[in-house]
Design a protein around this ligand. Sequence first.
Ligand code: GTP
Ligand code: MG
Length: 192
Amino acid sequence: MNFQKAKFITSAAELEGCPNPHFPEVCFAGRSNVGKSSLINTLANHNGLARTSNRPGKTQIINYYLFDDKLYLVDLPGFGYAKVSKEERERWGRDIRDYLLQRSTIRLVLHLVDIRHEPSDLDEQFFYWLASNRLPFIVVLAKGDKISHNKRQQSKARVERILDEMNIEVPIVISSAEKNIGIGDLKELIRE
Ligand code: GTP
Ligand code: MG
């Protein structure tokens, strides 16, 4: 795995439309606008690959990118998008959880949290849910370039405490899609 080659494969609005699970998968989850699509672009070193936007709710379907002809990076729709109805938000949460449970080829979930903000209740519920369902995951503190080095470490310590209290032991990676922070570490974790 050297992240040399990346191409868009397909989009799916629901589980039925997903491509056959021919390849292992790494899924990108987290709130709308946290930077999931941008991170996929940075990993691919190809800025136009996944569509990004400063308008939250850009990615509302599941997008598949095939890396090095052997691994899917899967861009999941962001959760918690405020502009849709509560029912719609809940349905998305359910759909994403169903997806993660039913897709047997998932090897890793990257759960992104904006490094500037405390994890929301939804984030914490998701940590707990992932751990309870034994889905391998890591926490990515995204947009690391937006704050100072000290603030980054504080933010990481805060998330460490939250995970500790839940007895969850997973890697926490500070990243920036814009300034290439933590990208080497993420590639290493994905390779593993
Ligand atoms: P949805 O598709 O709505 O779920 O959003 P997303 O999580 O895919 O976010 P996206 O990658 O579209 O990024 C949202 C906004 O944040 C865009 O304006 C990006 O340019 C910006 N952004 C993403 N990553 C970074 C980062 O590392 N640093 C900075 N400064 N901005 C970032
Ligand atoms: Mg997106």
